[in-house]
Design a protein around this ligand. Structure first.
Ligand code: NAI
Ligand code: ISE
Length: 344
């Protein structure tokens, strides 16, 4: 039977997820949508030719939309209320990052889900579904390079809008590395530190760009992650893990190389949507399939959303203090023990 979805927030990513459910994936259909901008919601229904009803708000959609699951692609500060309302109604939730904007709010979601007694929530950390990261994890899990000692990660965007702030480099951008890197090495973070290299002239006056974030894990792995959101030349994600017996690299995106006009080269992508398009497809298909198969989603959990929020908070504090800041996680409920490190 087809899984009936309601989509809360029909902006850029909401539209993308609707399109993939309707055209690319199997086993799901979008039957309800809402957006604070009602016009945007109506336009999506018309433009994408959906057989879906437009609801005035998230609560009404959850109560009256006849949905099995909601996709939350509204703005971050609105996520918590929608997630809690969906959990209270026993609906499955696919929530884009961030799960919520504070660690306390994420913990409230964790507690609500545990109390409800069944896993309902998956967080949209799609990199865990990217074939390159999956291969990297397989290599590490199979002990191909021995014990990991260091990681070098790079997250570069060609440019960002005027409203992008210094803390967003953590909460909007680094958040993907925060999630995927500790998952890769199966370790938790212990402390973080942020340093600001020489600032690019291409960043707006209020933005520190680039930034180097150093994260240390409980076992002592040191991760150096660069965020540079005005790099100009392309969208560039890199990851290199150095172990006791060798080094493994995140594969480069496959692209035709060329020889032309006395040059040899490869075209780079400019957009995160293109870089992770398959990962977005695979994560949502896995959400549908695992719920149908086992009654629970299989991907990143509410606890993972909480871990990311606590770590991001520590990074933002480290931006302000310039000091090494601890990452202090609360007690992990046993509920999540067999449900945290799933990979496709
Ligand atoms: P957007 O600004 O294009 O769309 C957000 C939409 O949500 C807007 O149409 C807005 O009117 C609506 N909205 C805001 N508050 C609402 C509420 N309370 N109820 C209903 N609708 C509401 O933003 P975008 O780029 O689509 O991002 C959406 C979410 O997806 C964000 O949480 C963002 O961080 C996340 N995201 C995740 C990415 C990933 O790689 N996993 C990539 C880009 C965004
Ligand atoms: C954006 O919000 C995302 O989530 C993308 O995946 C990320 O690469 C980009 O840097 C963020 O701004």
């Amino acid at each position: 039977m087809s899984m009936k979805f309601g989509v809360i927030g029909t902006g850029a990513l909401g539209r993308e997820h609707i399109r993939r459910i309707q055209n690319t994936l199997s086993g799901g259909e979008v039957v309800a949508v809402t957006d604070v901008n009602q016009m945007a919601a109506k336009q999506v229904v018309e433009q994408l030719g959906l057989n879906a009803k437009v609801f005035p708000d998230d609560k009404t959609l959850i109560a009256e939309g006849g949905v099995d699951a909601v996709i939350i692609t509204s703005w971050g500060p609105a996520h918590k209320d929608s997630v809690l309302a969906a959990i209270a109604a026993g609906k499955y939730v696919f929530c884009e990052k961030p799960l919520a904007t504070t660690a306390e709010d994420c913990m409230e979601i964790v507690n609500a889900e545990v109390k409800q007694g069944k896993r309902l929530v998956q967080v949209g950390f799609m990199r865990r579904y990217d074939s390159g990261y999956v291969k990297l994890k397989e290599a590490l899990d199979n002990n191909f390079i021995g014990v990991p000692l260091m990681i070098r990660a790079v997250h570069r965007n060609p440019e960002v809008g005027e409203n992008y702030t210094t803390s967003m480099a953590i909460t909007d951008t680094l958040i993907h590395e925060i999630d995927v890197l500790h998952w890769l090495v199966n370790d938790d973070y212990k402390s973080v530190r942020v340093t600001f290299p020489k600032k690019t002239k291409n960043a707006s006056a209020h933005l520190q760009d680039p930034q180097i974030i150093t994260l240390e894990t409980e076992s002592g792995i040191i991760i150096n992650a660069e965020v540079f959101v005005n790099c100009k030349y392309g969208y560039d994600i890199q990851c290199e893990v150095v172990g006791e017996e060798g080094v493994v690299y995140l594969p480069e995106v496959q692209s035709v190389s060329f020889r032309k006009n006395a040059q040899y080269g490869v075209n780079l992508l400019m957009d995160w949507k293109d870089r992770f398009i398959q990962a977005y497809d695979v994560e949502l298909q896995d959400f549908i399939d695992s719920i149908k198969k086992s009654g629970e989603p299989n991907g990143p959990t509410s606890w993972d959303g909480y871990v990311a929020a606590v770590t991001a908070d520590a990074c933002v504090k480290a931006q302000e203090t310039g000091e090494k800041e601890p990452v202090a996680l609360g007690e992990k409920p046993a509920f999540y023990n067999s449900r945290t490190l799933s990979a496709v």
